[in-house]
Design a protein around this ligand. Structure first.
Ligand code: 5GP
Length: 342
């Protein structure tokens, strides 16, 4: 277990509000006792299984607890510190900007506050490089998506390189990606990198076919892309030809039951083909996990050697949206730590 914690890691798929630890949740629940929210409502234990729909219900509860600028600052700082303590050296955090009239929270303030948290952590010497992806919730439709893209573009230009991309997430059974194409295309044209949740459920085949033509810079989950699970050769071809890295979240997929068991996870399919796979947590708070555990889980399930695990974590550097000099800096860090840890 020590090896996995010491292993330098890159986290590329972490939703802010899904990443809030139980310790921080306790604090928020104490601040807002009138909501009558208990521990079991904001996190799912590793042994438990839920429907994807039930998982999304959990986010509604968490959003009630995190509804002001003050809350955002608290959770963002804590989440960054927790990732750093787990040995994550580079983190791309993503979050959907929300507006809450009662607390004066606007989407603008939301993003500013996350950026402030990143700044404060840096100033306090937390040993981690953090970037931000602005998230589009597909449930909110094309107009909101376009607004969010404009906001993301503004922040990309004024955040000194912290805002690097756009995420597409939210309940995959709601809406269709084709209505969001103009917004996603605009984001791409202005230089935002695209990390899109793709084929998270089986019914998204046509949508993935369409979104892969953009193409995205990274794929979230991609659970149902390959033919063995109802995807298609054409989808696999597009992913392979464009060499699009896939962010994979083992615990999240097994708890949410889009994957029946760890040994059946699509990591195996893509890893065996030598395709870039990046292990991620998705929602470390909701799914009671951390990135060290995800690496350990992949290693034990798929019989990876320490060397394999090291290469997996190193390969993730190339999949980041960081500028080239930062990637080089990370490569150097990995090279220096290798003799010590491996
Ligand atoms: P937030 O964006 O509020 O920081 O994080 C929670 C949000 O992330 C959820 O409301 C949902 O839109 C998105 N999210 C978190 N986990 C998942 C997931 O596994 N799949 C999808 N499609 N969206 C997710």
């Amino acid at each position: 277990a020590l090896f996995y914690r010491q292993l330098p890691k890159v986290e590329l798929h972490a939703h802010l509000n899904g990443s809030v630890s139980s310790e921080t949740m306790d604090l928020l629940m104490k601040r807002k006792p009138h909501l009558n929210i208990e521990r079991g409502m904001t996190a799912i234990l590793r042994e438990q299984r839920r429907s994807l729909d039930e998982c999304f219900q959990v986010f509604k509860v968490i959003h009630q607890l995190v509804d002001s600028g003050e809350d955002i600052l608290l959770v963002a700082k804590a989440v960054i510190q927790e990732f750093a303590a787990d040995g994550v050296k580079y983190l791309e955090l993503r979050s959907t900007p929300r507006e809450v009239t009662e607390t004066g929270l606007t989407k603008q303030i939301y993003i500013e506050t996350v950026l402030e948290a990143i700044r404060q952590c840096k100033q306090e010497g937390v040993d981690i490089d953090v970037r931000f992806l602005v998230a589009v919730d597909r449930r909110h439709g094309p107009e909101v998506a376009m607004e969010t893209v404009k906001l993301a573009e503004d922040f990309m230009l004024c955040s000194g390189g912290t805002v690097v991309g756009l995420d597409l997430s939210g309940d995959p059974t709601v809406g269709h990606g084709k209505t969001l194409l103009p917004a996603l295309q605009k984001a791409k044209n202005c230089g935002l990198k695209l990390a899109l949740h793709l084929s998270e459920v089986p019914s998204q085949r046509d949508e993935s076919e369409l979104l892969l033509n953009l193409p995205p810079d990274r794929i979230g989950h991609g659970t149902f892309l390959h033919p063995e699970v109802g995807g298609s050769d054409s989808l696999v071809d597009k992913v392979c030809k464009q060499n699009i890295p896939i962010e994979m979240c083992l615990t999240s997929n097994v708890i949410g039951q889009t994957v029946p068991s760890y040994d059946k996870h699509h990591f195996q399919y893509w890893y065996n083909r030598g395709h870039p796979c990046v292990l991620c947590t998705d929602d470390k708070g909701v799914f009671s996990t951390d990135l060290s555990q995800e690496y350990q889980l992949a290693a034990s399930t798929f019989k990876l050697s320490a060397e394999d695990v090291w290469n997996l974590s190193q390969q993730a550097i190339g999949c980041t949206f960081a500028p080239e000099p930062i990637k080089q800096k990370l490569e150097k860090m990995w090279a220096e730590l290798k003799q010590q840890i491996l």
